[in-house]
Design a protein around this ligand. Structure first.
Ligand SMILES: [Ca+2]
Ligand SMILES: [Ca+2]
Length: 92
């Protein structure tokens, strides 16, 4: 199950990167936001990254994604911060 969740997350992010499909970004964000409160915490991000092939680096990856993405420094990513971070990481 965790792997299927990660796979859906990855596919939606790729779709967003490729076509800026906002619905795909929303879907990926919802998959990461496991308590559905509209904010992705670092723990939630680690949770989904730990289901992927880079599980061993999940904490490091999440640290980097937060350093890049948490623009207002409140310790969580809202959808706007998340989308901007994804595009930055993808190099676009
Ligand atoms: Ca959350
Ligand atoms: Ca934030």
């Amino acid at each position: 199950m965790a792997e299927a969740r990660w796979e859906a997350y990855r596919e939606n992010l790729q779709k967003y990167i490729d076509s800026r499909d906002e619905a795909a970004l929303k879907a990926a964000f919802a998959l990461a936001d496991s308590d559905a409160n509209g904010e992705v915490t670092k723990e939630e991000l680690v949770g989904i990254l730990a289901a992927g092939p880079n599980a061993g680096q999940a904490q490091d990856l999440a640290d980097r994604m937060f350093a890049l993405g948490d623009a207002d420094g409140n310790g969580s990513l809202d959808e706007e911060e998340f989308g901007a971070m994804v595009l930055q990481l993808s190099g676009l």
